[in-house]
Ligand binder design. Structure first.
Ligand code: NAD
Length: 429
C-alpha cells in the first residue's frame, strides 16, 4: 500500500520511517531541493536517534515532484510546518499550498491526513478549499495530530500512548486507523475539531506543568525548600504524575511556545479567555532572566566576564535550537557586556552571532569565569571530575537544568572549592 508524506522535517521523516518499518510503501515529498538531494544521497537533514537506521533499512522514495506523489498515493499525510504567524496565530500558508498542489493533480478519492498541528476547523476549511479549487475534488480530510517528542521521536511514534483520528465520517476514520493496525495502543476516533484542539490542549497542559514547577522552584529557593523533594512528593501522587515537573531554565523548541501562542489566538477568536495558558507563557519567558540573575549573584559584575554556555539545543538528543532558552540567556549576557562562549555536542552552527563557539567542552571552559548548563547533555557530567572543573578560571557552575544531584555537588565541594547554584534547590548548610 502506498502512502505519501508531504514535508520531510522531524514529523514527516519519522512518520515515513516508522510506517515503512511496519510494511507500508512510502514516498516522501518536500519542496526543499536540498533536503531531497541529501535524502536521496543517503544522508539525513536532521538528527533524531534511531532515524538513520530505520530510514536506511527500508525502501522509501524521496521526491521534489508533488505530482508523482499525488498520483501514486491513496493516503497523503501532511507534515508541513505551521509556524507562529502574526499575533500568535498558526501560519497555515505551507499547509494551504500543499493542499492547492494536491488538488491540482487529482480528482480521485483520496485521504488527506493532517499531522501538522492546526487550529480547530482547519481540516474542514481545507476540505472546503479543495472543493472550491476543483468542484470534482473528492478528497477526504482527516485530522491525525502527532504527539512525538524530538529526541525520542522514533520510539514515541512506534509506541504512542494513544493514536487520535478526527473524522466527520466514522467509516473514513476507521479506514485511516487501519493504517495503524500494527500499533497496539488505545485508538480514539472523534470529530476533526476535537482531534485538532486535543493536540493544543495536550501541549498546553504539559507546558503548564513545567511552568508550575518553575513557579514552585522560585518559591522553594526563597523558602529554603528543595524542588527535587517537592517533585518527588507531588509526582508520586498518581493524580499528578511525575513527568514534566522538572524545574529549570524553561521550555523551548518548535512546538510549546508556538502552540501556546496559537492557543491564545484560538481563544481570542472564540471569545474565550485562557488565563492559565497566558501565565504559563509569561512564567516561561521569565526563566532565562532567572538564570541570568543567578549568574549575576555569583559573578557580581558581568562586564568582560567570560561565560561558557553549555548546551544550545532546547533539550538533549536533538540539534534543534528553535526558541531555545540557551540562546536567550546568551543574548542577555552579551547585552550586559559579558563575553560568551557556546558549546554543544551536536549543534554545529552558531545561533548567536555575537558569541564565540567552543570546539570542545574543555576548550570552552578554559579561561571562563563560569559555566552555565543550559541543556542536560550527558557529556556535561564530566564537570563532576575535578580535572575538568579545574579547567575553569573560577569554579562557578550555574546549573540551569538541575542536572547534578545536590549530594554529588556536596561531595565534589569537599575536593574542590566551588560555587554551585541551580533552580529551586538551595545547598544544605
Ligand atoms: P519541520 O520544519 O522540521 O519540517 C517541515 C517540512 O515541511 C520542511 O522540510 C519544509 O521544507 C516542508 N514543507 C513546507 N511547505 C511544504 C509544501 N508546501 N510541500 C512540501 N513540503 C513543504 O517541521 P516539524 O517539526 O516536522 O513539524 C511539522 C508539523 O508537526 C508542525 O505543525 C508541528 O507543530 C507539528 N509537530 C511537530 C513536532 C515536533 O516535535 N517537531 C511534534 C508534533 C507535532
Amino acid at each position: 500500500m502506498k502512502a505519501g508524506i508531504i514535508g520531510a522535517g522531524y514529523v514527516g521523516l519519522v512518520t515515513a520511517a516508522c510506517f515503512a518499518s511496519r510494511g507500508l510503501d512510502i514516498m516522501v515529498h518536500d519542496t526543499s531541493k536540498e533536503k531531497i538531494a541529501t535524502l536521496n544521497a543517503g544522508g539525513l537533514p536532521i538528527f533524531e536517534p534511531g532515524l538513520e537506521k530505520l530510514l536506511t533499512g527500508h525502501t522509501i522514495s524521496f521526491t521534489n515532484c508533488v505530482k508523482e506523489l499525488v498520483e501514486t498515493c491513496r493516503y497523503i499525510f501532511l507534515c508541513v510546518g505551521t509556524p507562529q504567524g502574526a499575533d500568535g496565530e498558526a501560519d497555515l500558508s505551507y499547509l494551504q499550498s500543499a493542499v492547492e498542489a494536491i488538488c491540482h493533480y487529482t480528482e480521485a478519492d483520496k485521504y488527506i491526513i493532517i499531522k501538522s498541528t492546526v487550529p480547530p476547523g482547519t481540516a474542514r476549511r481545507m476540505e472546503e478549499l479543495s472543493r472550491s479549487l476543483n468542484k470534482n475534488c473528492k478528497l477526504t480530510f482527516i485530522s491525525n495530530p502527532e504527539f512525538l517528542r524530538q529526541g525520542s521521536a522514533v520510539h514515541d511514534f512506534l509506541y504512542p500512548d494513544r493514536i487520535i483520528v478526527g473524522s466527520d465520517k466514522p467509516l473514513s476514520g476507521e479506514e485511516v486507523l487501519s493504517l495503524y493496525e500494527k500499533w497496539d495502543c488505545p485508538k480514539l476516533l472523534m470529530s476533526r475539531e476535537s482531534a485538532e484542539l486535543a493536540k493544543y490542549a495536550a501541549n498546553s497542559f504539559l507546558a503548564m506543568k513545567i511552568s508550575y514547577s518553575n513557579m514552585i522552584a522560585s518559591l522553594a529557593d526563597r523558602a529554603g525548600a528543595s524542588i527535587d523533594d517537592i517533585q518527588a512528593a507531588i509526582g508520586s501522587d498518581s493524580r499528578i504524575g511525575k513527568d514534566f515537573l522538572k524545574a529549570g531554565a524553561g521550555f523551548g523548541g518548535s512546538c510549546f511556545p508556538k502552540d501556546l501562542n496559537a492557543m491564545l489566538h484560538i481563544g481570542r477568536k472564540h471569545g474565550t479567555e485562557l488565563p492559565l495558558i497566558e501565565n504559563t507563557l509569561a512564567l516561561n519567558e521569565n526563566q532565562p532572566a532567572a538564570v541570568v540573575s543567578k549568574i549575576k549573584a555569583a559573578l557580581k559584575e558581568l562586564t568582560d566576564k567570560r561565560i561558557a554556555i553549555l548546551g544550545l539545543s532546547f533539550k538533549p538528543m536533538t540539534d534543534d535550537v528553535r526558541c531555545s532558552p540557551a540562546v536567550s540567556v546568551a543574548e542577555h549576557l552579551l547585552n550586559e557586556g559579558a563575553k560568551v562562549i557556546l558549546y554543544d555536542p551536536l549543534v554545529r552552527h552558531n545561533p548567536v552571532h555575537r558569541a564565540a563557539k567552543g570546539a570542545s567542552l574543555k576548550e570552552s571552559l578554559k579561561q571562563s569565569d563560569a559555566a552555565v548548563i543550559m541543556t542536560d547533555w550527558p557529556e556535561f557530567r564530566q564537570l563532576l571530575q575535578p580535572d575538568m572543573l579545574n579547567t575553569l578560571k573560577r569554579k562557578i557552575i550555574i546549573d540551569g537544568r538541575n542536572m547534578f544531584r545536590i549530594e554529588e555537588i556536596e561531595m565534589l565541594s569537599k575536593e574542590v572549592s566551588m560555587y554551585y547554584a541551580s533552580i529551586g534547590r538551595p545547598l544544605h548548610d
